[in-house]
Design a protein around this ligand. Sequence first.
Ligand SMILES: *[C@@H]1O[C@H](CO)[C@@H](O)[C@H](O)[C@H]1NC(C)=O
Length: 239
Amino acid sequence: GIISVIISILSLIIDDKTILHEDLAIVGCSDSDGEMMYALDGEELWYADFKKGKGVDPQPPFVVHTSYREGVYEQAVANQQVCRSNLKVCRSAMKDIPDENDAPSNLVIYPRDEVELGEKNILVCHVSGFYPAPVNVSWTRNGQKVTEGTSINVPFPSKDSSFTQISRLDFVPQIGDIYSCSVEHLALKEPQTRTWGEETLTRPESGPGPAIFCGVGLTVGLLGVAVGTFFLIKGNECS
Ligand SMILES: *[C@@H]1O[C@H](CO)[C@@H](O)[C@H](O)[C@H]1NC(C)=O
């Protein structure tokens, strides 16, 4: 389902310390799909999960959560009706204008936290610069498809009217594992793929570690002191 109509409301709030904030609400719909999301300063605060029939607050537990009034999900459902009827009007008005499709311009895969073998972490697949939304993201571990522990956020609009989506995979870094994320988009003939793990998980001890550099430094330093002391004594003897 392609989300074709996006109504975005951008407003600026200035709080008591005169910091500029950017508030964003988006409504989008297609024949088969829909989106309603509220964000502040580029962070998703709330979105409607129309498949599960409820609102989702995706913020991690350590942030102070914004509270939403009763009926915000019902409002989102009502907005979908409005969006679909707008979509119908736009379609007939714009039927002679060809659709523009932009493949993702940027695709990166990276671990959220510093990698510690055997320690829980999250791999992030960051896709941006595409139009229209959404993309499909799939993950593999050593060539095998992985679905458990994956999630994707709703499409986030950028100022240039392209979209960004971020998919996540819970994982535990282990030696020899290789991960990939593949992205499907309307404008791509084949999925675009990025892999992660070759550098970090196959050669964890590549190159001399910091201990060696420290040892060499210390040796050179001590040698300097010894040479210095030698000449100091020599100098005293001569005078
Ligand atoms: C995403 O996956 C769904 C379900 O498999 C499919 O119908 C849709 O065409 C896919 N979208 C893209 C952009 O490839």
